[in-house]
Design a protein around this ligand. Structure first.
Ligand code: GLN
Length: 304
């Protein structure tokens, strides 16, 4: 099987299909992007690095960052983390408020916005310089010095961030946010504004395919058990109310963002990142989902 040829052929095929998706216009700055962009990059545990299309162009990774903030807080708090956030799929949209009230401000999982706000709060409490420390972690893992937050995107989201403000305040009222909600929101918007390319993302996520160890330096980022758990959460909660569909069609742990990026991990094999900005009705990249579905079909490799 030649993975490069499969990726090239699928890229050519999916690039020209009609894209029924829409840009995430609830964050106005996210519409200032070429909606036809399409990039793919794979990094394998055997050392293959291969990409096509706009795979070296940076884009707003949005909710993909929630995996990274979760990993750092897991390293800090260990299993105590799960007292603040649960590990159940929500079956609701990423920005939904409905479960929070009845479940006493403990979010269903770390990948819906409610959960990611609690994780942001934990990092604000425990990191000396939250913005800098977080960025250093990401730069080291992706072997790239070029990664930064976008103040334009963070500002744009803040102006329209009424739902996230509602979530954060509701959680605070239950006592599950320690810091000032406006500081938590500012930090959360900054995290979501991080810009990375498919190449940087697949390099960064490769340790999740490698039992928690970086490929280059063999540094342990998470224990094997923690790595399994992060992958399990991506499998069950990475696509909000489309997580079942992603497992059904693609069969890999993964995480999406409203910037149109998706990262998927095949344990013991590879990490792959896809970017195409137009989103389906669940807020996941239309062509990104299609590509990954056909990729695991053609390679006949999935975790199931
Ligand atoms: N920053 C976005 C928000 O909070 C992230 C959502 C996403 O990528 N699904 O709405």
């Amino acid at each position: 099987m030649n993975i490069k040829v499969i990726i090239e052929n699928l890229y050519d095929k999916i690039k020209i299909i009609e894209d029924n998706g829409q840009l995430a216009n609830y964050i106005p700055e996210l519409t200032r992007v070429n909606s036809e962009s399409f990039g793919i990059h794979i990094s394998t545990v055997e050392g293959l690095n291969f990409g096509v299309g706009n795979c070296y162009e940076q884009f707003s990774i949005q909710s993909i960052v929630k995996v990274l903030s979760l990993i750092i807080s897991y390293r800090i708090l260990g299993e105590d983390l799960w007292k603040r956030v649960k590990v159940e799929p929500s079956g609701t949209a990423f920005n939904s408020l409905v479960q929070l009230e009845v479940e006493n401000g403990i979010p269903r999982n770390p990948f819906i916005n409610a959960g990611a706000l609690v994780i942001a709060d934990i990092l604000l409490t425990h990191l000396d310089n939250p913005e800098k420390d977080f960025l250093d972690f990401v730069k080291n893992l992706s072997h790239s010095r070029e990664i930064s937050y976008s103040s334009h995107i963070a500002e744009s989201e803040k102006k329209a961030g009424f739902r996230n403000a509602a979530l954060c305040n509701l959680i605070k009222s239950f006592g599950n946010i320690e810091n000032d909600p406006s500081d938590v929101l500012d930090f959360y918007f900054n995290l979501c504004s991080l810009e990375m390319s498919c190449e940087e993302l697949s390099n960064l996520f490769l340790f999740l395919a490698n039992d928690g160890f970086t490929l280059k330096e063999n540094t342990q980022i998470l224990t094997r058990s923690q790595t399994k758990r992060i992958n399990a959460l991506m499998q069950t909660c990475g696509f909000y109310d489309e997580s079942g569909e992603f497992a059904f069609k693609v069969g890999l742990p993964g995480k999406s963002g409203v910037g149109g990026g998706i990262v998927a991990v095949h344990p013991k094999q590879y990490a792959i990142a896809v970017w195409s900005p137009k989103l389906n009705s669940k807020g996941n990249s239309y062509k990104g989902m299609k590509f990954l579905e056909e990729f695991t079909t053609e390679t006949e490799l999935s975790i199931f």
